[in-house]
Design a protein around this ligand. Sequence first.
Ligand SMILES: [Zn+2]
Length: 338
Amino acid sequence: MCDKHHCHIVPPHILEELAKRGSVSCKKTLNDTRRILHKRTTVLNNLLVREQGTAKGNRFIYDCQNQAKQRVELVRKEGEPNTKDTTVNSAYDTSGFVRGYFKNTFGLNSINDKGLDIISNVHYGTDYNNAFWDGDEMTYGDGDGIEFKNFAGGIDVVAHELVHGITQFLANLEYQGQSGALNEHFSDVFGTVVKQKYLGHDVSQADWLIGDTVVTEKFPGIAIRSMKAPGTANDFDKQPDHMDGFYSGPANQQGVHINSGIPNKAFYLSCLEIGLDQCALIWFNTLKTLWRTAEFDDMLDVILQVTKKLQNEEKVGNTAVKAIENSFSSVGISKTIV
Ligand SMILES: [Zn+2]
């Protein structure tokens, strides 16, 4: 359900399995995807070549009024007070929190570091069971209330999707195979980092789940993914937590939402060793260095170089390189060149 950087939070195999069990809204959500993908084919290139610099990273929230159309009615702009619609307010607040985290922590000026406006569409479609970033804006369904609920209410979902935008501009990781799994990985990494900051949790209190607040009690699982225990979040969670379980089939753009479990587990293990903030700094600098076709081995090379540099500059502790190396080795990603 992802094409290039057209990235949904709920992977297709979960929607397919729910559709098989009789969910009409999951089937509809899947069917809608092809139409949305159409937009994606031109928007990325346009954005990457377009001169920007006048925008101020302002938030714009549009109400889709349950139509399968974006930007139906502008209902809240930067600086305007709360509306009566809690979904509008939560999209405004959470996107502002994500923007603030990246600005205050890394000095990033909005999604593209050039003040790109942050556009969110809420109430997209009817019973729409997904949220997506399609190259230049965010869109959230309300969920069918049966298996999924308001996607704009999940801070990790909002952060995950906006980080697809950040990845697009920093590294442009190609959305297939290992580079695509890394693309997904960075969104989950900063989805969980921002969630822990938002909730005031430390690594021991955190649940390390992605999308736990957008699934209902009826959903056959507790979340969409788990970074602590990939493969355990729901009945259809296929994520491996080690290279031994690497998925090499064609589904889901060669497993972008599946194999991301492997580096996700490495991130979790690293955080236990050196803490969330040091890991966030290391991962952010790694993302800035990676390139479109980077694979897991490239990720390891770059992350070790980045960590070594940060360690020499005393921006991370002197055990960081060893901790990162061990965490990747634990999931079966090891250095081949010494
Ligand atoms: Zn994603």
